[in-house]
Design a protein around this ligand. Structure first.
Ligand SMILES: NC(=O)c1ccc[n+]([C@@H]2O[C@H](COP(=O)([O-])OP(=O)(O)OC[C@H]3O[C@@H](n4cnc5c(N)ncnc54)[C@H](OP(=O)(O)O)[C@@H]3O)[C@@H](O)[C@H]2O)c1
Length: 351
């Protein structure tokens, strides 16, 4: 009975989708349908995983003794709660946000708010990333944690001022560039007792992602779900490759990837679910506070010291796709990212 009902629902959705998109070639209609359905499955799986592992999603914050954390985003969503946790752990927190004047208000609501500092950063612009990194590096020659948190999901096709597809640039490429520019300071901050950490906020959506190496900007055919999944897979691939690279170089810097859970934030503003049934998000999704926990775990947990490259979800190793573990695939993405940024692969992290 359940199977028949599911087939009827899928069949109806497929028929409606086809009638709306009749002008598109069939291969694109089928691929979009596949992404739409599998993304729903990943979302439902993520919500179930969050509920099953609810008791593991916990953290005891240490006293970080005024070490330096740099983070992207944070004026809203999960990032705000990560800032709250980092400040509570007695860190000096430097955030890159589009409107730095917002930081005063954020700081007022937080314990140790006087330790929050903000600089302008727009991840849709590589120029802005460079200027942000220069200012931060000048003021903080030693950095201990870099959290690449900011992100966008879905929305219409848009190219950035650097002529890159916006989700790929905001979620992956600008963070990859920032990591490159921050690595000298992160290396300065790492010690034998405790490595510095790069924490990339990725997503379980990476699971269905593919890197379109021939058309990374998806100019031939744009599917916004595929673009988000591509960008989140790119973050995980580079987390693993960069970790390996740093380990080979003997650097005291580790890199981790975190899926924060399925969290009720503005990230869902372009989804029908949030527009039609916002109460479902309130009822079943994590709060931003709970979403921040795994990210803070990746920042502080001592047992992760020897586990660089780990994909974390609910404070334990999460299930990641086979392609994300493929070293050749990781290398191919690393080389493409360097090429797009005009960085020689041997010069990565040594600017
Ligand atoms: N929510 C979830 O269920 C979920 C699940 C998996 C992964 N994630 C990941 O978690 C991270 C945080 O997402 P969220 O849920 O907290 O979303 P959110 O509430 O929409 O917050 C996104 C943050 O990214 C910033 N941002 C967006 N575009 C930017 C740009 N061009 N330059 C600088 N900052 C920019 C936003 O700043 P403005 O205020 O200036 O726009 C905001 O601070 C993202 O990487 C997301 O992919 C979230």
């Amino acid at each position: 009975m359940f199977v028949i009902a599911s087939l009827v629902v899928v069949g109806t959705v497929a028929a409606v989708y086809w009638s709306i998109n009749r002008d598109k070639p069939l291969k694109y209609i089928l691929s979009e349908l596949q992404y739409t359905i599998t993304m729903q499955a990943v979302g439902v799986g993520g919500v179930i995983d969050d509920w099953v592992n609810i008791s593991k999603n916990k953290i005891v914050l240490p006293d970080a003794n005024k070490k330096i954390a740099v983070m992207t985003g944070g004026a809203r969503g999960i990032g705000t709660e990560v800032i709250r946790g980092l400040l509570k752990a007695n860190m000096v927190v430097v955030i890159g946000i589009r409107k730095p004047e917002q930081s005063k208000k954020i700081a007022e609501t937080m314990e140790n708010g006087e330790n929050l500092h903000a600089y302008e950063l727009d991840l849709q612009s590589l120029r802005s990333v460079k200027i942000f990194a220069e200012k931060v590096n000048k003021k903080y020659p030693e950095i201990h944690i870099l959290v690449n948190n900011a992100g966008i999901m879905f929305g219409d096709y848009k190219l950035t001022e650097d002529a890159m597809e916006s989700q790929f640039q905001v979620n992956h490429l600008s963070h990859f560039y920032l990591t490159h520019l921050m690595l000298p300071a992160l290396k300065n901050g790492g010690s034998l007792e405790k490595s510095s950490r790069i924490v990339n906020v990725t997503s379980s959506a990476h699971y269905i992602g593919k890197i379109s190496f021939d058309d990374v900007n998806m100019k031939e055919h744009y599917d916004t779900i595929a673009a988000y999944c591509q960008s989140k897979l790119a973050q995980l691939l580079s987390t693993r490759y960069i970790n390996q690279l740093l380990s080979k170089e003997g650097c005291r810097v580790k890199s981790y990837a975190v899926h924060p859970g399925v969290v009720d934030t503005d990230l869902f503003e372009n989804t029908l679910l949030k527009q039609i049934f916002p109460w479902i998000l309130k009822l079943f999704f994590k709060t931003p506070e709970k979403g921040a926990v795994s990210i803070l775990h990746a920042c502080f947990n001592k047992e992760l010291e020897d586990k660089g490259g780990l994909y974390i979800s609910n404070c334990i190793e999460g299930i990641s796709s086979r392609s994300s573990k493929d070293i050749e695939y990781q290398k191919q993405l690393f080389e493409l990212s360097c090429k797009l940024l005009g960085i020689r692969v041997e010069a990565f992290g040594k600017s």
